[in-house]
Design a protein around this ligand. Structure first.
Ligand code: ARG
Length: 614
């Protein structure tokens, strides 16, 4: 024990970079080896991944297999030739060949310790470097984006939760993130709403009176009333259509009514954002209204937009938009009645975000059902030169939320689930869960404590259940599962944090996590579980880099679950307070501190707050 710890302590840290991730280091070394052994073409894809099985080292390079085919050689011989050219001795054990020709790579304990100390140097960053220079991007994230006066549904909840998590991640990595709420505040639905408002509170609309007791509080009900009139009353319908034109033309009276409606919606939406602790800047569809005509004119000038059956359209290019007769599918940018639509607004928004916001990457977080829409408008925007090739346009789609039975998510009575009710219910369920636990443990807590815990856990449970599912899959919504303390749930992860922190506090004589920060610890790994935990901890920057590219929060959830599992094993097998020596104890305390900080950071990136007690 002690001798081993001293041996590691006195070994000078390896001369390899402690700011690059192991995967990046390995990739460049493998590329160099492939180039030396088989030429630059062979190095195009180094096929380097984290090891798929325990016992296969920490990373593996699978390049030998495909290369062998090309070279007409035996895969194991190719692997041996790669290893001959590979120099990783400054941070890896000697590489080995496994199975048909996989190269297994194992990090040395000295390198792991160096990286752990780099994490310990700043527990808020944990070895995750801030992107700087050209790697730091201006990123526009278009998310949440409900429609005014229409029900904000679970799809918008998913967009809000996923979008917020992606913003948090990108912000943490040092990008300049613009969080935009592309609210649907400019549709034809406003014609009916304004017309109804005109009839019910003419004084207000005329600007001579108050809104009075017209209840816009439940705009959805107001909308339904307007829609009912619209469907049966031709005079109302006509007036509503006139209102759309008046509003778009900037009529003062119409505008006042429109503002009242939007203002009311804003208040309602904001309550939800406050509950979820999500920040987003409203820049709705109406914002782009002044640019729509010019966008279409520009498309026409470029010969991209043409007249088709009274409408103005852009015909799309590419096989997926061409039918067997060779007809190309059109995107309508101006309807035959002269009105602009959803696609026109998105084109104007893209142009604005590039030209005015200076966006370098634009993300759209919506349900998968809008994929076609985004393929279409992306293509038009590129061809029109609104978005240069160096700016990345990414639709970040997600699947449907289903009920526990796999069918459409609705209430027992068959209505759409109101988001407020859904979040309230999650809090109610987490309260029952907590109260049952308190009773079982004979624990008493103040009502304030219980309220604080359940309000945080309830919201966290909903967020985590959403984020842990692979984004594009549909997911089944189950209140009971998501609030459980054991399972792949938010409470479990929050509990893991409480536990790591508790162990640290107790074994460290009441010290706080942060006291460990900046220490140069002589890490020791007398038990295998310690090294396994350590190696997983230092993967954090790699995992975040993967997320930065693929925008998949479930990868972060899986990583955090892995950390908690390994921490539990470490805790069972490696006594902290009762460690064999002070040196081993200090090493274990440092592992606890890093683990706690990693879990806290991951939760924060998922939009989940930690608690001191649960
Ligand atoms: N309001 C739209 C909806 O509820 C989502 C808007 C997404 N963003 C965009 N730029 N199209 O479906």
């Amino acid at each position: 024990g002690v001798a081993a710890a001293r041996a590691v302590a006195s070994a000078p840290p390896p001369a390899v970079s402690m700011t690059e991730t192991a995967q990046d280091l390995l990739r460049s070394r493998v590329v160099a080896a492939l180039t030396t052994a088989f030429g630059p073409d062979a190095a195009a894809n180094p096929m380097l991944t984290p090891a798929t099985k325990a016992g296969f080292g920490d990373y593996q390079c699978n390049a030998a297999l495909s290369l062998a085919k090309k070279e007409g050689k035996r895969p194991r011989d190719v692997a041996a030739a790669i290893i001959d050219a590979l120099d990783v001795s400054d941070f890896c054990e000697a590489p080995t060949v496994a199975g048909p020709g996989f190269i297994n790579l194992t990090l040395t304990p000295a390198y792991v310790s160096g990286r752990l100390n780099a994490m310990l140097a700043d527990l808020s960053r944990l070895g995750v470097t801030k992107r700087t220079g050209s790697a730091a991007k201006k990123v526009v994230v278009d998310f949440s984006s409900p429609n005014i006066a229409k029900e904000m549904h679970v799809g918008h909840l998913r967009s809000t939760i996923i979008g917020d998590s992606l913003c948090r991640l990108l912000e943490f990595l040092g990008h300049d993130v613009v969080r935009l709420n592309h609210v649907g505040d400019w549709g034809t639905q406003f014609g009916m709403l304004i017309q109804l408002l005109r009839e019910e509170v003419p004084d207000f609309v005329a600007g001579t009176g108050e809104l009075g007791d017209v209840d816009l509080g439940d705009l959805v009900v107001f909308y339904k009333r307007a829609k009912a009139r619209f469907d049966v009353d031709p005079a109302f319908k006509e007036a509503a259509q006139r209102e759309v034109v008046a509003l778009q033309g900037g009529d003062e009276v119409s505008r006042r009514a429109w503002q009242a409606i939007c203002g009311q919606s804003r208040v309602e939406f904001q309550k939800l954002y406050d509950t979820l602790r999500v920040e987003v800047t409203e820049r709705g569809e109406s914002f782009y209204n002044p640019y729509l005509a010019d966008v279409v004119a520009d498309l026409e000038r470029q010969g991209l937009a043409v007249e088709d059956q009274g409408a103005t359209v852009v015909f799309l290019e590419g096989a997926q938009f061409t039918n067997r007769e060779g007809d190309r599918q059109p995107v309508i940018v101006r309807k035959s009645d002269g009105g602009f639509n959803y696609a026109t607004t998105d084109l104007a928004a893209m142009r604005y975000r590039v030209q005015e916001d200076g966006a370098q990457r634009i993300l759209y977080v919506t349900d998968i059902g809008q994929s076609l829409h985004f393929q279409q408008v992306f293509q038009v925007a590129r061809r029109a030169g609104f978005v240069p090739e160096k700016v990345s346009l990414e639709h970040v789609p997600f699947g449907l939320v289903q009920g526990e039975d796999g069918k459409k998510f609705k209430t027992r009575s068959g209505d759409v689930v109101k988001l407020k009710d859904l979040l309230d219910e999650a809090v109610v369920r987490s309260r029952s869960e907590l109260e049952a636990r308190l009773a079982a443990d004979n624990r008493t807590e103040s009502p304030e404590y219980v309220q604080d815990v359940v309000s945080k856990v309830g919201i966290a449970a909903v967020k985590y259940a959403d984020l842990k599912t692979s984004r594009t899959s549909n997911y089944r919504f189950s209140f009971d599962k998501m609030v459980k303390l054991d399972g792949d749930t938010a409470p479990y992860m929050m509990y893991a944090f409480v536990r790591t922190q508790g162990i640290y506090r107790e074994a460290g004589g009441g010290r706080a996590l942060e006291d460990m920060e900046g220490k140069d610890v002589a890490f020791a790994y007398p038990v295998a579980a310690e090294l396994a935990l350590a190696k997983t901890l230092l993967r954090l920057p790699e995992v975040l880099a993967e997320l930065e590219r693929d925008l998949c929060p479930h990868v972060l959830c899986e990583y955090m679950k892995g950390v908690s599992t390994l921490f539990n094993r470490f805790y069972e097998q490696c006594p902290v307070r009762g460690a064999d020596s002070e040196a081993v104890k200090e090493s274990r305390l440092a592992l606890c501190a890093i683990t706690a900080s990693v879990i806290r950071r991951c939760l924060d990136l998922l939009g989940i707050q930690t608690l001191d007690k649960i």
